[in-house]
Design a protein around this ligand. Structure first.
Ligand code: ATP
Length: 234
């Protein structure tokens, strides 16, 4: 069966600096894959490359067989990939509702509408008319996740959604991921918190200096091996 996402020999360059080296990755329909790795390992560059938001990209990335190389970011979102970017990237002076609506306008038609997002994150309904800048960090992250989900992606990319947030809020955010998968959406989670990342994933990939240093199923990987491939020196 063709995987939903199929990436071969993906490289990302920022001028002469190469941040991602020959990465191969497949993600199946409804699969949750986590990418772990230290600061600067190239995780964000990899995710951003999939939606044409990172430097110069070579190699191949296909969504359900469709080559993404020729498409713009907008076209890629419309095809079914949505990114929750590191740092959320909300429009601070727009309301929650207006921020969320952007996802719906740019995305695909599908089952995930405002009601579903408000069910997942009830606080967003209560505060729908507040400006994004007035929200707590956790609430802002819910908006960023909600905005991506309203695009009705087939593949959701989450970049460090736990960053700087209290564990209780992180739990709330991560609780949504299996529910999203139940709708057939595949998810790639980039996370520095290894335990959190492995707990949610069917499969993981570890990046070290822009290369895949280890991959497997969380249950099959022991902590020491992971740490060696996370920090290097394996
Ligand atoms: P972090 O957890 O810190 O976000 P990461 O694993 O996501 O790390 P990237 O953000 O992809 O890693 O960065 C990989 C490398 O590429 C780093 O050395 C970083 O300094 C470099 N880099 C990232 N973005 C740019 C850019 N726009 N211009 C130049 N270099 C960049």
């Amino acid at each position: 069966m063709t995987p939903l996402l199929s990436v071969e020999k993906l490289n990302v360059f920022y001028d002469a600096f190469q941040a991602v080296h020959d990465v191969d990755l497949t993600v199946g329909e409804g699969e949750i894959v986590s990418i772990i790795g230290a600061n600067g390992a190239g995780k964000s560059s990899f995710l951003k490359a999939l939606v044409r938001q990172a430097g110069r990209v070579t190699g191949s990335a296909r969504l359900d067989g469709c080559d993404l190389a020729a498409l713009s970011t907008r076209e890629i979102v419309a095809k079914g990939i949505a990114l929750v970017p590191e740092g959320r990237k909300l429009f601070p002076t727009l309301t929650i509702f207006e921020n969320l609506r952007i996802g719906q306008e740019l995305g695909r038609k599908g089952d995930i509408g405002f009601e579903q997002v408000y069910e997942w994150f009830p606080v967003l309904r209560e505060r729908r008319d507040s400006r994004a800048r007035e929200l707590s960090g956790g609430q802002q992250q819910m908006v960023a996740l909600g905005r991506a989900l309203l695009a009705n992606p087939r593949l959701l990319l989450c970049d460090e959604i736990s960053l700087g947030l209290a564990p209780r809020v992180v739990n709330e955010l991560y609780a949504i991921i299996p529910q999203v998968r139940e709708r057939g959406v595949a998810v790639v989670v980039v996370e520095q918190d290894i335990s959190r990342s492995l707990a949610v994933a069917d499969r993981f990939v570890c990046f070290l200096e822009g290369e895949v240093s280890l991959s497997g199923r969380p249950a099959d990987a022991d902590r020491d091996t992971i740490m060696q491939h996370y920090f290097g020196g394996a």
